[in-house]
Write a protein that binds this ligand. Structure first.
Ligand SMILES: [Zn+2]
Length: 302
């Protein structure tokens, strides 16, 4: 950054003036379209609080131009992938992931349940109307020891071999374990770390893991200690984002319907702190890093 620009930025900060919001495209790298939002697996569809038109409108009015989509069960993702006229009209590219969950019980058992591998292979073979699945997840490991479960090992090897990305809600120890279970020992796997340590993994530890694993990316929803007040990044996280501008992503994590209802506010919150970063760094975190992971072109301005 030029000295004058830095001085100006510091001056604005000192005067307590709000930085301009980031106004470019957003890549929502953690989106669920679960059965509670709309039960696409049932016919006829019973109560559907958030039909396709509603969720696409939320994305469109927030400048979200691509979504990493997954759902419990996978029918929600398939519904998004199938609605190509509607997603095109909304200017949204759908990047489909295979969720490992058919239902809530699978959250706590997927890592040792062989029927999950069969389900994943069936989905991968079938693909989606928006193209092949690009990754696996989101999955959860509430106890890092379960990263050693037979199905967790098998699916990490599968992801590594097939070049699938992974969206994992895990702790720092499980990141190491999952990486160790890949044939490349984590040198190749693109692992998107949901929340970048929801339990509050220290910035120093995140830094060490990023240095060790070149394909490790951090998605920032719910990340404790990220912001210090409205629209302000905490100093150590600001430093980490500036140190690894190519490795962070934003996401909505619409795991319950309240998150759909809060979608506008979530995206405005991201735009506020993104606006405090150098413009090229903001653009990377907002869009470029997700686009690079999945080979998406720059979206046409709307
Ligand atoms: Zn999630």
């Amino acid at each position: 950054m030029k000295r004058a620009a830095l001085a100006l930025l510091l001056g604005l900060g000192a005067m307590g003036m709000a930085a301009a919001q980031y106004r470019g495209p957003l890549f929502d790298a953690h989106l669920h379209y679960n059965t509670e939002a709309c039960p696409h697996e049932a016919t006829p569809v019973p109560a559907c609080p958030h039909p396709l038109a509603d969720v696409l409108d939320r994305m469109q009015r927030n400048g979200v131009r691509a979504v990493l989509a997954n759902s419990r069960p996978n029918d929600g993702t398939l519904a998004l992938a199938k609605a190509q006229d509607a997603t095109r009209a909304a200017g949204v590219t759908v990047v489909p992931f295979v969720r490992l969950y058919r239902n809530r019980d699978d959250y706590n058992n997927w890592f040792r349940d062989p029927s999950i591998v069969a389900m994943v292979n069936t989905e991968l073979a079938r693909g989606t109307p928006a193209g092949p699945y690009r990754g696996l997840g989101e999955f959860h490991l509430y106890d890092s020891a379960n990263a050693d479960g037979p199905v967790a090992r098998e699916l990490m090897a599968l992801a590594d071999e097939k070049g699938l990305a992974v969206l994992a809600h895990v702790d720092d120890v499980a990141v190491e374990k999952l990486m160790a279970h890949t044939p490349s020992k984590g040198r190749q796997l693109r692992l998107i770390w949901a929340h970048t340590g929801i339990g509050g993994t220290s910035a120093a530890r995140v830094d060490a893991l990023f240095a060790r694993f070149p394909g490790l990316h951090g998605e920032l929803s719910y990340r404790p200690g990220l912001t210090c007040g409205e629209g302000t990044l905490c100093p150590e996280w600001r430093a980490l984002l500036l140190k690894y501008p190519d490795r962070f992503l934003i996401g909505s994590d619409t795991w319950v319907n309240q998150r759909w209802q809060a979608y506008d506010g979530l995206m405005q919150g991201y735009r506020a702190w993104l606006g405090t970063l150098p413009p090229e760094v903001a653009k990377k975190i907002a869009w470029d890093n997700g686009a690079a992971l999945f080979g998406l072109p720059e979206p046409a301005p709307r």
